[in-house]
Structure formats: structure tokens, C-alpha cells
Write a protein that binds this ligand. Structure first.
Ligand SMILES: CC(C)(COP(=O)(O)OP(=O)(O)OC[C@H]1O[C@@H](n2cnc3c(N)ncnc32)[C@H](O)[C@@H]1OP(=O)(O)O)[C@@H](O)C(=O)NCCC(=O)NCCS
Length: 162
């Protein structure tokens, strides 16, 4: 089975300043475009489960309905490029901690800093709301693992009973 470490970012430590150009809170009406980004982003990756846009949309709607813990709507963020959704992060509360349920960038816009900006923007917003840690689960072979480590996420044991 794939190794899927549980990582946390300590929000009591300083976070770099984030450029929020083109970054805004996602609305219900954005979900179809976010689902398109999600379907394209996972295609051909280690985490590709063959989800197309409708399946990704169903997943996002179920996340909004609380499947992965209560959603944290202030930390549902997207980055736009030329009026289109280029990247998104979606956070819920899982095991008592804010949790990155989705982090996706459309392949056309990858490796230009959108993922970093959105994760840091979400972390900054959550910290302003009094949160002390941000968590996520990532497949170790996923290149995103290196990105999370660079941002300061560190591995801790999975919560008991999960
Ligand atoms: C993870 C993801 C959101 C990063 O988005 P991004 O906008 O490209 O992020 P950034 O530009 O801020 O950072 C990119 C960094 O991620 C890592 N990375 C992402 N894709 C990579 C790839 N194909 N090969 C190598 N490194 C990669 C590298 O560390 C890279 O930094 P570098 O470009 O300086 O080498 C994006 O790659 C993605 O959508 N992946 C598919 C969905 C996914 O697996 N999400 C994470 C689930 S936990």
C-alpha cells in the first residue's frame, strides 16, 4: 500500500508574506470550475483515481456537505488567471485540526507558485482565526510532498483510531 504520511504545519511560527493577487474565497458557483481543475490536476499522477469533472464535482459537493469534516469556508480559496480558476485549496476540520482536503493547480499553471500562495494564504487566514496547526495527508511519492516539506509541514503519527 502507498505510504500516506500525516503532516502538520505549526501556525505559531512566522509565515512568509503572501501575494494575494488573483486569490479569493471560493463560492458555491465556483465548484464546477474547481472540479475541472481537480480532474485535470490528478490525471496521470500517483493519486489518479480516474475521476472526471463530474466525479470531482460530486467529491467537492460532498466535501462541502461535511464528508471530510466540517468545511472551513474562509479557507476555500482559489487563484484566478485570465478570469479562469487556475488553482484551489479546500480546507475542512478533521480530528480537531484544520485540514487541507484538496490542493490542486491546473497543469497549465503548475510550478508557478499558485499552490504555495494558496496554502500560505489559507494558513494565514486560519492563524488569524486562532488556529494553531494546519494538517494534511499526502502520498509520499506525490511531488506535492516535497512542496509541503518546503513550506514547513512535518510528519507526525496519524491520529489514533483513524
Ligand atoms: C501539488 C500542486 C497543487 C502544486 O501546485 P503548484 O501550483 O504547481 O505549486 P507551486 O508552484 O507553488 O510549487 C511547485 C512545487 O511542487 C513540487 N512539484 C509539483 N509538481 C511537481 C512535479 N511534477 N515534479 C516535481 N516537483 C513537483 C515541487 O516542489 C515544485 O517546486 P519547484 O517547481 O520549485 O520544483 C500541483 O502539483 C497539483 O495540482 N498536483 C496534482 C494534485 C495533487 O496531487 N495535489 C496534492 C494532493 S495532497
Amino acid at each position: 500500500m502507498e505510504a500516506r504520511p500525516y503532516l502538520v504545519l505549526d501556525l505559531s511560527r512566522p509565515l512568509p508574506e503572501v501575494d494575494r493577487t488573483g486569490v479569493r474565497v471560493a463560492r458555491e458557483a465556483d465548484l464546477p470550475a474547481m472540479a475541472e481543475v481537480m480532474a485535470e490536476a490528478y490525471r496521470g499522477t500517483v493519486d489518479d483515481e480516474g475521476e472526471d469533472q463530474p466525479a470531482a464535482l460530486a467529491e467537492l459537493r460532498s466535501t462541502a456537505a461535511g464528508t471530510h469534516g466540517p468545511p472551513l469556508p474562509d479557507a476555500w480559496l482559489l487563484a484566478e488567471e485570465a478570469g479562469e480558476v487556475a488553482a484551489a485549496v479546500v480546507c475542512t476540520r478533521w480530528q480537531g485540526l484544520p485540514f487541507v482536503a484538496q490542493a490542486v493547480t491546473h497543469p497549465r499553471w503548475q510550478r508557478r507558485g499558485h499552490g504555495t500562495r494558496l496554502l500560505l494564504a489559507a494558513a494565514t487566514t486560519l492563524r488569524a482565526g486562532g488556529e494553531t496547526r494546519l494538517s494534511l495527508i499526502v502520498t509520499r511519492r506525490n511531488p506535492a510532498h516535497a512542496l509541503y516539506q518546503r513550506l514547513g509541514f512535518t510528519e507526525i503519527p496519524w491520529p489514533e483510531g483513524t
